[in-house]
Design a protein around this ligand. Structure first.
Ligand SMILES: Cc1cc2nc3c(=O)[nH]c(=O)nc-3n(C[C@H](O)[C@H](O)[C@H](O)COP(=O)(O)OP(=O)(O)OC[C@H]3O[C@@H](n4cnc5c(N)ncnc54)[C@H](O)[C@@H]3O)c2cc1C
Length: 547
């Protein structure tokens, strides 16, 4: 069997790579060793930047209708117990159904746990005839040769083995990646932040027992141990996830003890059934290399981080989108010899930042562990009220970077990338704030193009390169780009020129010419056509460096 691209792993990131390639008319084969049914939903937050990818992929309505109750509260609250406990503070956030798009985006964050999101991604990948999905199929081993990759795969139901010959292999095989291991690529960072036990349980009774205002995520603060657990309503209905942040010796808690802890968090005995238990180790790791000439790591195989902030799949799907267009360019013949090398140069620094910020969020969440004892927060009366307010206000303020992290999830930039042409402008990257700009390497900004707010500048991007040529109004002259169009044609690079006569876009885009890559990032900008158009095209397609 032959395929241009073999994707190993059918989690959200592998499916993202496969679907993105299918959308670009590139044939690929995805193998997944399980049946693809998610038992334990890990992720639940789909950040606005990922919803922008979903918009590009045409699947926003599928995510919205996937199954989460979009009228459910999205507040975060810090509490002592759900039933007759105390609320210490909260961060309000509108339910998904009522949330307006962000000022910087045509989208907003969605809640879509993996039990719902993975099937959406499967449907997305499956709709392309170029994509073949094989479930119950495991990668056993592979051999990388100068001109191809030979992968030995096994059908996990029959035990039959065969070889798939691929031009490229994408390893989306999760944190225990056997591809990474076979390549001998190490990971740097912290191998153990906490041991955590996740319990998915079902209860139709719990919602009615909660005496504090509804929230999506409850963080439990105890007088002895400080922050000790969280509960989220995983589907916005009657399925819940309890996470117990334990120490190493608590990893092996049995079901009776876990039931006691859940009842302690809720504050009373109630009816519930445990559906699954996942014991996992929180880490802060980034792969030392992002692959080789023909094999590339994406998603959890390339980085592992604390879920605090919801940056895991976010980082992985950003990688999927980065490698997707580059593989497509190389398979189709217009990508240069060093285009694929830019994957590591662009993505590894972003992962390093994201794992660090996720760890910082964890440290903030666990801060009360170091502030114990907190006995006063359980004392009824004015002294307790004052202690709760003081504690809650401080915690609410401290936790804001986790809830407001647009700088992390949207503001990432590929500074120093060999395929991005900088213009000498220096600007810091923040974690919380994200100010849209056309700084080369960053996400091209969103501007609504119609009064009804249905069409965004982002809808212009996603397939080939787009050269946006902007004018304030019809009186403003625009540069001639014929040479650039000719250069792209000479190299076979798909390039569309889009003329925008739009005062707001003109001001925000800050230059009259902005070249946007197939992944929606700015490759180059100027008020004048480039002196050497061919050199510019060669640089952005990974075939040379512009002087
Ligand atoms: C509690 C928790 C909450 C989280 N919340 C969020 C969140 O809100 N937002 C967010 O963005 N991220 C979140 N994350 C992180 C997110 O879940 C992961 O980053 C994401 O699932 C990684 O996707 P992946 O496709 O890279 O890997 P995985 O989802 O691990 O998928 C890897 C796939 O590869 C398959 N596989 C492995 N080896 C082979 C082989 N040899 N052959 C074939 N198939 C193979 C596996 O069966 C698996 O299906 C959370 C994580 C946890 C633990």
């Amino acid at each position: 069997m032959k395929t241009p691209v073999l994707v190993v792993g059918g989690g959200p990131v592998g499916l993202g790579v496969a679907g993105d390639l299918g959308m670009r008319d590139v044939h690929c084969t995805l193998i997944e060793k399980t049946d693809g049914v998610v038992g334990q939903p890990k992720m639940d937050t789909v950040h606005a930047r990922i919803m922008e990818f979903c918009r590009r992929w045409g699947i926003v309505p599928w995510v919205e209708a996937a199954g989460f109750n979009r009228d459910y509260s999205q507040d975060y609250a810090w509490v002592t117990a759900l039933h007759n406990g105390y609320e210490l503070g909260r961060e309000p956030s509108p339910p998904c159904a009522k949330a307006p798009p962000l000022p910087q985006s045509p989208q907003h964050r969605e809640r879509c746990p993996q039990t719902f999101f993975d099937p959406v991604m499967q449907r997305f990948a499956r709709q392309f005839h170029q994509v073949t999905l094989h479930y119950h199929t495991e990668l056993v081993t592979f051999e990388e040769r100068p001109d191809r990759v030979l992968a030995r795969v096994r059908n996990t139901q029959t035990g039959d083995e065969h070889v798939i010959e691929a031009d490229y292999l994408v390893a989306a095989d999760g944190s225990a990646s056997s591809v990474r291991e076979q390549l001998g690529i190490g990971m740097s960072g912290h191998n153990l932040l906490t041991n955590t036990t996740n319990v998915i349980f079902h209860s139709t009774e719990l919602e009615k027992l909660i005496t504090i205002p509804q929230a999506y995520r409850y963080i439990f603060i105890g007088p002895e141990e400080g922050t000790w657990a969280t509960i989220v309503c995983i589907d916005g209905r009657d399925n819940w996830r309890f996470s117990f942040v334990g120490d190493r010796n608590r990893l092996e808690l049995g079901e009776p003890e876990l039931r006691e802890f859940i009842e302690r968090a809720v504050g009373c005995k109630f009816k519930f059934e445990i559906n699954s238990v996942l014991r996992w180790t929180r880490r802060e790791l980034v792969a030392d290399r992002y692959g080789t000439d023909r094999v590339f790591l994406v998603g959890d195989s390339a980085h592992q981080l604390s879920p605090t902030g919801g940056f895991g799949m976010t980082t992985g799907l950003q990688e999927a989108v980065d490698i997707g267009w580059k593989l497509a360019a190389v398979v189709k013949g217009w990508g240069g010899a060093s285009l694929l090398k830019s994957y590591e140069a662009e993505r590894q620094p972003v992962a390093a930042r994201n794992v660090r910020e996720a760890h910082n969020n964890l440290l903030r969440m666990l801060t009360p562990r170091r502030q114990k004892p907190l006995k006063l927060i359980l004392e009824p009366g004015p002294r307790g009220d004052a202690a709760r307010k003081a504690y809650g206000d401080a915690y609410t303020e401290m936790m804001k970077p986790e809830w407001h992290a647009l700088g992390v999830t949207m503001g990432y930039r590929y500074d120093g990338s060999p395929i991005v042409v900088g213009d000498g402008t220096l600007a810091p990257i923040f974690n919380i704030d994200y100010v849209q700009s056309t700084l080369p390497g960053g996400r091209a900004p969103h501007v609504w193009l119609d009064e009804a707010k249905t069409k965004s500048t982002l809808d212009l991007y996603g397939k080939g390169f787009v050269l946006v040529r902007l004018a304030r109004d019809s009186s403003e002259a625009v540069p001639n780009v014929d040479a650039l169009v000719a250069a792209a044609g000479e190299r076979g690079v798909p390039l569309e020129v889009v003329d925008l006569v739009h005062a707001e876009a003109r001001a925000l885009y800050a230059r009259q010419l902005v070249l946007v890559r197939p992944d929606g990032h700015v490759a180059w900008r100027s008020d004048e056509a480039p002196e050497d158009a061919l050199a510019l095209i060669d640089t952005v397609r990974g075939a040379g460096v512009m002087q």
